[in-house]
Design a binder for this molecule. Sequence first.
Ligand code: UDP
Length: 240
Amino acid sequence: MRIDVLGVGFDSLTIEEAVTRAKALMTERRAAYVVTPNPEIVMACRERLETMQAVNAADLVLPDGIGVIYGARILGTPLKTKLPGIDFIQALMADMAKEGKSVFLLGAKPGVAEAAVEKLKAQYPGLAVVGTQDGYFKDDAPVVEAVNAARPDLLLVCLGAPKQELWMQRNQSLLNVGLMAGLGGSLDVFAGNVRRAPKAFQRLGLEWLYRLMKEPKRIGRMMKLPKFLFACIGKKLRGR
Ligand code: UDP
């Protein structure tokens, strides 16, 4: 059963449980997809029904970051743990590497996915990277065709939210892949262009603060966080 946070249903799982579920979905090979909403995306879902539907239609909905954890706690239905998308996918790819499974990298600016390939090959020997495509294409069809020719076990869709969620839902029935995961700026991190917050920030749930310090222009986006928390408090007070 999913835990409702302002209309988005989250799966309450540890990272090990999430990886086990993802592997099972991958075996089914029906292009099931994973999303990792943060408060900003939850708020975007509330503003646009299409986004809400694409997110809730995912087979795995993981809470990316501390904000959703606070929200669920305020609502009286706590989630087990925060599960940043990048932690989840690294655990999954480490597991896939042991079995020689394959991944296709879709998204980010031209050249980023290629740089990520080198880093991923070094980090996960055994993982086969079977294709890349930047995230600035016009038509879906040639991209779907390229992905299907590569038949990956995993397709990383890193187009930013909500573009990636809408893309996965729209193309799900056309794709010959095991599993998809929508992962925002992860390819920039894998490529080494963007650094993740130091572990201390991660442990304290302050990854967002580190990101804000590095990219102050994100402040507009991050103002969604207080709005999100107030919406959770409001919902709790109204008893709904
Ligand atoms: N992006 C893309 N196609 C687009 C818009 C964005 O491939 O049309 C990429 C962008 O280059 C970046 C990622 O999507 O790599 C979004 O990163 P952001 O940090 O905004 O995502 P978040 O992790 O915050 O969701």
